[in-house]
Design a binder for this molecule. Structure first.
Ligand SMILES: *Cc1c(COP(=O)(O)O)cnc(C)c1O
Length: 399
């Protein structure tokens, strides 16, 4: 592979899509699309039109004309385009954290004879905090996997902590720090062999790594929409519940609200959960926050996740190769094998906190993760190979 970024950009079949994002014309180098994706230009227009025409014009009628079902219709579309999920299993709603709570709480409630939750020590903080909170609330034990922060959870790590008491395994598909890409099919098989459910956090993989939730047999999943799905700051997350747990009635989440009830508008005296994935909802859904997400899902549908992944691998391969050549004092704290790596690369050095701050001053935007990692997040549809090259040159200069 050539390391010449201009050549790679010239050959890139997806290069033209970059102009569809706000700010693409500027000199700024954006290497944090894994934390907050750039907005699509279409979204800027869409939000204006929504306020003027749908909200402003249709007013309360908007609920009957689509908003009421949007959490489920958009969930189905995300399922089809991004998750590898048949309709009726995904819904858009709360923050990732709140959905995690609902899913974890529902999973342990569904398996009353089991009293352990497995999670890894380097999982994203909110995942660990939610698991610890539910364990305290329900009198359960947390079984920790000690993870290599520059790698991630493998089959042996998981097998060592599973047992007849395991109710649920909570793992990230792509580790937020190292970029480790878990082998979900294998980990799911192990969890199921032990009789446990598995909950996958897709925040760092949805929209950039191919997903096959149905065929992997995953029980539950959650993911945010403001990273590789470009929904905007605080855009709502999506949750996935496998059809078998909805059909059996085993899945019942703890925040009983009218929007997840069987008949919201009878305003009845008692809560009865809706059938199907609607039972994941609680309150009035955040419609405005779904607009940017819906636009990005359509762009991904147009391009296809396999093509997005192909460019993602090429971008991270370039970042690793340039870092090896230009930054000999830096440790690559991410898997070298592209098959085990998601869409970002972490470069470690004791001065990376100061380096990140210096780069931000110069309109080069990676991010910093404790203790010494500079993270380069490469959102394939909005990032050029030239940006990677300029980013590595800027790190070299700052170091
Ligand atoms: C970004 C991220 C979150 C964020 O949770 P919010 O509730 O949306 O703030 C959770 N888990 C992982 C793995 C993440 O990368």
């Amino acid at each position: 592979m050539t390391l010449d970024a201009a050549t790679l950009d010239a050959r890139d079949p997806l290069a033209g899509h970059r102009d569809r994002f706000v700010g693409a014309e500027s000199e700024l180098v954006y290497l944090d699309g894994n934390s907050l994706g750039r907005p699509l230009r279409a979204t800027a227009e869409r939000i204006g039109a929504f306020v003027a025409e749908e909200w402003g014009g249709r007013l309360i009628r908007g609920w009957d004309e689509g908003w009421f079902d949007l959490p489920l219709t958009l969930g189905d579309r995300i399922g089809e385009v991004v998750l590898g999920a048949a309709p009726g299993q995904a819904a858009v709603g709360d923050s990732t954290t709140v959905l995690l709570y609902k899913l974890v709480r529902a999973a342990v409630a569904a398996q009353p004879g089991r009293d352990e939750i497995v999670v890894d020590r380097d999982n994203f903080p909110t995942d660990r905090y939610v698991v610890e909170g539910v364990a305290a609330e329900c009198g359960l034990t947390v079984r920790w996997i000690e993870t290599d922060p520059e790698g991630g959870v493998g089959a042996d790590d998981l097998a060592a902590v599973l047992g007849p008491r395991t109710a649920l395994v909570v793992l990230s598909h792509v580790a937020y720090r190292s970029g480790w890409l878990a082998d979900v099919a294998e980990l799911t098989r192990l969890a199921h062999d032990a009789g446990a459910w598995i909950l996958l956090d897709l925040c760092h993989s949805a929209g950039v790594v191919p997903l096959e939730l149905d065929s992997w047999g995953v029980d539950l999943a959650v993911g945010c929409s403001y990273k590789y799905l470009n929904g905007g700051p605080g855009a709502p997350a999506f949750g996935y519940v496998a059809a078998r747990h909805l059909e059996s009635g085993a899945f019942v989440q703890p925040i009983q609200g009218w929007m997840g009830a069987a008949e919201p508008f009878t305003m009845g005296p008692e809560y009865a959960p809706a059938t199907g994935i609607r039972r994941l909802l609680s309150g009035t859904p955040p419609i405005v926050g779904m607009l940017g997400l819906a636009d990005m899902v359509e762009l991904i549908a147009e391009v296809g996740v396999p093509a997005v992944r192909e460019k993602s691998v090429a971008l991270t391969e370039l970042a690793v190769a340039l870092a090896e050549r230009e930054l000999p004092e830096v440790r690559i704290a991410s898997p070298r094998d592209p098959d085990r790596r998601g869409g970002h690369v972490t470069l470690a050095h004791p001065r990376m906190r100061a380096v990140t701050a210096a780069l931000w001053q110069r309109d080069v935007l990676p991010d910093f993760r404790q203790p010494d990692g500079l993270r380069i997040g490469l959102s394939p549809l909005s990032t050029s190979f030239t940006e990677v090259e300029r980013g590595i040159a800027a790190i070299r200069a700052a170091l």
